[in-house]
Design a protein around this ligand. Structure first.
Ligand code: URA
Length: 201
């Protein structure tokens, strides 16, 4: 068993003690987990991700293509994960199920596991999408409006291990859909990230 399989087993055991796996299937990270150039950290899986058991597929996968193209990387060359690894849902009065942002409790439950995952993967650079992932890594004071598009550092501490990683925060592509003026900002930020990666691979 390799270190990633062990990690997944530990995550499974922990969350299966909280709720039945069939009720909230876990969606793990995927890709190159041995010091990839980028570890992308999203918010939480959605419907397609849960159906397919893979992060960033469906509509989010389409957005990811633009991201990869800007950086000149293939999907399998990076590691892709989320802060929360189950789909947060809300059920309407009429019984229809839709996505909602992860709540505080979900974020608190999953964040130590994200730290362990990062310390295992040891990416050359972390790229967060949106506020949830940014706050999980840079602290509650960090807001995407102030942090996006420039590299900072973040310290990850878990299980007696500490390490520092370059962190490049981006807006979440889903937020761009709802706010057209962010489309240009996101494209510019991606350009800065591509340039930063050329200078410091
Ligand atoms: N799909 C994911 O896996 N993560 C997100 O943050 C959004 C969509």
């Amino acid at each position: 068993m390799d270190a990633m399989e062990k990690f997944r087993g530990d995550v499974r055991r922990f969350f299966e003690s909280l709720w039945p796996a069939e009720e909230k299937p876990l969606v793990f990270g995927e890709g190159d987990w041995r010091s990839p150039p980028v570890m992308l950290v999203g918010e939480a899986p959605g419907e397609q991700e849960t159906l397919q058991g893979r992060p960033f597929v469906g509509k989010a996968g389409k957005n990811l293509e633009g991201f990869l193209q800007a950086l000149g990387l293939r999907r399998e060359e990076i590691y892709i994960s989320n802060v929360v690894k189950v789909r947060p849902v809300k059920v309407s009065a009429r019984g229809s199920v839709s996505n909602r942002p992860p709540n505080r409790e979900e974020i608190l439950l999953f964040t130590p596991w994200l730290y362990r995952e990062i310390l295992l993967v040891k990416p050359r650079r972390l790229v967060t999408l949106g506020n949830v992932a940014l706050k999980a890594l840079a602290g509650p004071q960090a807001v995407i409006g102030a942090y996006h598009g420039r590299e900072t550092a973040c310290q990850v501490r878990e299980g007696g291990q500490t390490a520092e990683f370059p962190l490049f925060p981006l807006y979440h592509p889903a937020s761009i859909i709802y706010n057209r003026s962010l489309t240009k900002v996101y494209a510019e930020d991606l350009g800065v990230l591509a340039q930063t990666m050329r200078e410091q691979p």
